[in-house]
Design a protein. Sequence first.
Length: 374
Amino acid sequence: MHNVHEDLPVLFYTRWALSYLRGPLTRKQIALLMENRKRQFEKVQAPYPLQRTKPGAAHPRPVLPPEIPQYFIPLKGEPGPSETILYKPSLYAATRLHFIDSRKGIDTWTKDSLLAEVPESASQMTWDDAIWLGDKEQNLDKNGLSGAGYASLPSPAKQSTNYKNWKKNLSNFLYQNKTLKLWKSPALKEISKVGESEGDFRVRLSQTAHEIRDLEIEKLRNRYSSKVASMEERLRKAQVRLEKEKTQYSHQKVQTVISFGATVLGAFFGRKLGSTGNIGRATTGMRGIGRAAQQKQDVEFAQQEIRVAQQNLAELEREFQSELAHVKENFNPENIEFQEILIKPRKSDISVSDISLVWIPWRVGSSGFAEPAY
C-alpha cells in the first residue's frame, strides 16, 4: 500500500482483498462462489412445479390405518380471499449416515431429510428424484388447515406394509448412492471439512497458501543470504588485494626505473661502465624488472579473482530468482490442484426413520393454477 505520508510502501495482508478483489472472475470461479447459494436455493424449491388443478381434484382427507404416521408441512402465510388450500401427498424420511476413513482422519455423521413422490404402484417406488432438504430439523405439524382439500392418494400409500418395505429400499439406496464428497490438496496436505464446499475450501486454502509461500520465501532468503555474504566478503578481499598489488607494482616500477637511471648517469659522467657500482646497480635493475613482472602477474590474478567472485554473485542471484519464482508458482492459489474424495457410508451405521406420509400445502387460485404454500 502506498501511503503519501510514509517514505516507503507498507506491506499488509487481508484475506478478503486477496480472495475477492483480485480482478474479473471467470465463469468457473463464479460457479464456485455461487455453489452454496444455488444449493440453498434448490433446497427451498417446491417438490413439484406450478401446475393446473383439475376441477374436482380436491377430496376429503383419506382415512388411513393408525400405524401410518401422517404430518403436515406448515402453511406459509394466509390464503387469499379467492384462494383455497390443497394438500398433496408426499413421503418423508430422516436419515443419518456414518462416514469413516481412518487413513484420511474422517469419522463423521451426517443428517439429512427428504421428500419423495408417492408411487402409483408399490414396485415403482424410486428415490432417485427425491428432494433433499438438508440437515436442519423439519418443522412438521400433526394437523392440517381445517376446510382444506386433499389430492388423490395413490393406493400403495394406504397400506402400512409398503412403508416398511420402502424404508428398507431407502437404506439400500443410501448405501449404493450416497457418498461424502470432500476435496484434498496434495501440495498443501489439506482436506476440506465436512459440509465445506469446494469454493469455500479454495478460499480457505488461499490464505494458507499465502502463509506457506511467505514462510518458504523467508527460508529461501535466509539460505541464500549466508552464501551471498560469503561471496561478497571474498569479493571485498579480492578488491583489497588488487589495490595492494597495484600499489606494489607501481612502486616496483619506480624503483626499477631509478636503478637503471642511476646506472646510465654513472656511465655518462665518466664512471667506467664495468665498474663494481655500475654492475651492482645494473644487477639490481634487472632484479627489479623481474619483481615488477611478478607484481604485474599478481595484479592480473587479483583481477581474475574479482571477476570470478562477481560471476559467482551473479549466478547466486539467478539461482535465487529461479527458486523464488518456483516457490511463488507452486503456492499460487490459482495453481493449487484439488482431488475429489468420495467416501461411502458404513452400511451397519445407516439410520433411516420410519417413512411418513406428509401433506404439502398448495395454494389454488381462481385460475385453477396451484403453487407451493410453504
